[in-house]
Write a protein that binds this ligand. Structure first.
Ligand code: PMP
Length: 418
């Protein structure tokens, strides 16, 4: 009897390979120089990822010339799509003046004001080059301010790879009020901070329930723990971020992605007395925060124009489109008879191939990841780009036609797969 297992290439993968020969050659060469052929571990997928060439509005082009309707915006960094003319023009103007300086710049103050005015809990702010650094610095601040070492994070949470900063961690279940409150109560005065994403992003756009955030707010206040919201992804749901949407204010907030208008940027901010730990004007600060590209003026300018364009009206429109996509995806999976849960908030959405409602990371663990991958490749073959984990978001370059196109592409993929 022949027991040899022959790896089966699915029809979607076969079509994907036929459409991406240049990407395949690129990866074969890139792996000779870069481990895995790239510098971002989250971008890899089987059989090899498509290599990007350029973007325009809501369209993305890979090096094989495939044109893809984009629902990723580089993991939600491009809220106005690729190459928005006003952002490009402002950046070109700044490029002609200089890309970095050994001193502060006017664009930094402009972006700082815009963010502090939009988010009332952010009284003072500092800029970094990534969301990872923002969360690391928020943790440093909480530890120094409270004199405590331990941090509570959320199961399935993601804040960047900050292993040093997050040693000594206790993990709280998401959206489980009694269980999480019990752990907080027991850990009590050991804890410097609770770090939470109001919409759990990497686990698949799972919104917090308001009562859960209210419990975290009340408990941390009572126990003298700093509440940190990681709004790197969730900031887009309202002009003042998810904290405005939920009506819950943290002491510290981490920002990133869209606030850089497509350039590498992060920020952390909050209560003035806590942020004063970074103030060097009275001598060496308790928390030095150097960084050759902190508040790099290119990102400051791109971010400021991005926020000025991201008016409450535009956010309403984004959220309307996000809601339409979530409803349509739920309908498409129901029509195909495939068990799926569509999660998200505002302009963020995710597909979970799970039978039961998804309220936490744990609820995602028995999802059908193989089918999810076939759907991802199938959508690529249909000319649609989502995140391989089944996650997407809407940019202001997406209109009703593009929303319908996503629904049609999903239906056509599902009809092939069932
Ligand atoms: N926080 C959250 C919620 C994120 O999703 C991410 C990135 N995916 C980060 C922090 C880290 O941001 P960056 O990739 O800019 O370091």
């Amino acid at each position: 009897m022949d027991t040899q297992v022959v790896p089966r290439i699915s029809r979607e993968e076969e079509v994907y390979r036929l459409r991406t020969p240049a990407s395949r050659r690129f990866f074969a060469e890139a792996r000779e120089y870069l481990p895995g052929g790239d510098s971002r571990s989250t971008l890899f997928y089987r059989p090899y990822p498509a290599v990007m060439d350029r973007g325009e509005g809501c369209w993305l082009y890979d090096i094989d010339g495939n044109r893809l309707l984009d629902f990723t915006g580089n993991h939600s960094s491009l809220v106005h799509g690729y190459g928005h003319p006003a952002i490009i023009e402002a950046v070109q103007h700044q490029l002609s003046k200089g890309t970095c300086f050994p001193g502060s710049t006017e664009p930094q103050l402009r972006l700082a004001k815009l963010l502090c005015q939009r988010i009332p809990s952010v009284e003072r702010i500092r800029f970094t080059s990534s969301g990872t650094e923002a969360s690391m610095n928020a943790i440093r601040a909480a530890r120094a301010f409270t004199g405590r070492a331990r941090i509570a994070t959320i199961e399935g949470g993601y804040h960047g790879l900050s292993a040093d900063a997050t040693a000594d961690v206790v993990v709280l279940p998401f959206n489980e009020i009694d269980a999480a409150a019990g752990i907080l109560q027991a850990e009590g005065e050991q804890l410097a901070a609770v770090l939470v994403e109001p919409v759990l992003g990497s686990a698949g756009m799972i919104p917090a329930e308001r009562e859960y955030l209210e419990m975290l707010r009340e408990t941390t206040r009572r126990l003298g723990i700093i509440l940190i919201f990681d709004e790197v992804v969730s900031f887009r749901v309202a002009a003042g971020g998810a904290q405005e949407y939920f009506g819950v204010s943290p002491e510290l907030t981490c920002l990133g992605k869209l606030i850089g208008g497509g350039f590498p940027l992060g920020a952390f901010g909050g209560r003035a007395d806590i942020m004063a730990l970074f103030d060097p004007t009275h001598g060496r600060p308790p928390l030095p925060h150097p960084g050759s590209h902190n508040a790099n003026p290119i990102g400051m300018v791109a971010g400021a124009v991005t926020l000025e364009l991201l008016t409450p009206q535009e956010i309403d429109l984004l959220n309307t489109r996000g809601g339409a996509i979530r409803r349509d995806l739920a309908a498409a999976f129901a029509e195909a008879g495939i068990a799926a849960q569509i999660t998200g908030l505002g302009s963020l959405f995710a597909i979970h191939l799970a039978g039961r409602p998804v309220r936490s990371y744990r609820d995602t663990l028995d999802s059908d990841t193989d089918l999810r991958h076939q759907i991802f490749l199938g959508l690529f073959n249909e000319g649609v780009q989502i995140d391989p984990r089944g996650v997407g978001n809407v940019s202001t370059a997406i209109g009703p036609d593009e929303v319908s196109r996503l629904g049609a592409a999903v239906r056509s993929v599902l009809s092939r797969l069932i």
